[in-house]
Design a binder for this molecule. Structure first.
Ligand code: HEC
Ligand code: HEC
Ligand code: HEC
Ligand code: HEC
Ligand code: HEC
Length: 207
């Protein structure tokens, strides 16, 4: 019963989004179609990549981020033109993106802003070889299967799930990506699997 209700609600949410997407993109797509002299009556196609970019709604709570051991700013550093994979790699089975070591930061901060207290703290981590105790922002419950690799391979962009990180001084839970309904909605939109076992390892997983 609960499942049927949920599916109904999801179907409604998706139908609504299709309408909204058609409202925003319909006229433009139609215009593009006309430019290529297709019949004017042809139904507008949904632009899949635009649509996918709207799959994950912002987090209505929009909480402030945690206080980090070093006040790292994505806004400042991404404006320098750095790529995500300089600091977030996807090793092994590809579940995690991982957080950078002090060595990665020191490639610049050996020479940049060395007189600033946060950079002196950074240098101390690098010297001690201890990992920087970054505080995690997005955290799923244990036992939920999530792999970055699967989604990166499916060409889902980082920003689709994590929001416009290039604007963030402080990383915070800007989107609703940790909600099951959000995973399910996007899977339904993309014909990705939606059985419980896709994402949950019950009953094998011991909580
Ligand atoms: C399909 C949605 C989705 C996409 C696309 C995505 N992420 Fe994530 N990300 C998540 C979720 C969900 C978590 C929490 C995972 C957990 O708790 O196991 C997370 C966690 C993280 C973390 C912290 C934990 C870790 O994996 O080390 C980092 C860093 C991260 N993402 C960076 C990125 C970057 C960089 C990209 C693009 C290359 C990206 N993410 C793409 C959903 C996504
Ligand atoms: C490509 C070079 C580069 C890398 C890599 C880099 N930074 Fe920076 N960082 C800069 C520049 C440039 C500034 C601006 C310095 C200034 O305004 O004097 C800066 C500024 C900062 C500041 C502000 C310092 C202050 O108090 O004014 C902090 C904190 C910081 N970086 C931390 C980090 C951390 C942590 C990492 C690794 C995760 C990192 N940086 C990686 C180039 C880099
Ligand atoms: C110079 C290093 C650097 C670059 C480049 C960088 N990040 Fe990060 N990122 C960090 C550090 C350090 C943290 C941990 C501190 C924090 O959360 O701000 C982090 C944390 C995150 C988190 C939060 C992970 C979690 O759940 O705990 C996400 C999401 C993320 N980065 C996405 C991105 C994306 C997307 C890009 C590229 C557009 C990117 N980052 C580029 C250094 C970097
Ligand atoms: C596409 C992925 C996905 C699918 C499919 C999925 N779930 Fe979830 N589920 C999640 C996520 C993500 C959470 C929330 C984790 C969190 O809060 O960190 C969750 C949480 C839950 C929770 C509450 C937390 C817990 O683990 O006890 C229950 C109960 C649950 N799901 C049941 C189901 C059932 C029943 C199905 C099949 C009808 C299902 N889920 C299918 C991703 C999924
Ligand atoms: C923006 C869209 C999107 C979001 C959001 C999303 N997924 Fe996915 N997911 C996909 C796509 C696309 C695939 C790839 C399907 C394929 O390769 O056939 C996929 C594949 C998967 C797979 C592998 C399924 C298989 O058996 O091949 C798992 C597990 C999974 N996602 C879990 C999650 C969880 C858990 C969440 C929420 C935390 C989530 N996904 C959020 C789009 C999304």
């Amino acid at each position: 019963m609960a499942v049927t209700k949920n599916t109904g609600r999801l179907a409604f949410a998706i139908a609504l989004e299709v309408l909204v997407a058609m409202f925003f993109f319909g006229p433009r797509l139609l215009a593009a179609g006309q430019a290529k002299s297709k019949p004017a009556q042809a139904p507008p196609k949904v632009n899949v990549s635009e649509y996918r970019n709207r799959a994950v709604p912002p987090n209505p709570a929009n909480p402030p981020g945690p206080v980090q051991p070093i006040p790292y700013s994505h806004k400042l550093h991404l404006a320098l033109g750095l790529q995500c994979n300089m600091c977030h790699q996807n090793p092994g089975n590809g579940a995690l993106m991982t957080l950078p070591t002090a060595q990665t930061c020191m490639s610049c901060h050996k020479a940049i802003a060395t007189d600033k207290p946060p950079i002196q703290k950074l240098a101390a981590y690098a010297k001690s070889g201890k990992p920087i105790p970054w505080v995690r922002v997005y955290v799923l419950l244990k036992g939920v299967n999530f792999s970055h690799k699967t989604h990166i391979t499916a060409e889902v962009q980082c920003e689709t799930c994590h929001g416009p990180v290039q604007d963030f001084e402080v990383q915070h839970e800007a989107t609703s990506i940790t909600a099951m309904s959000v995973c399910l909605k996007c899977h339904m939109m993309n014909n990705a699997p939606t059985t419980c076992k896709t994402c949950h390892s019950w009953p094998d997983y011991k909580y």
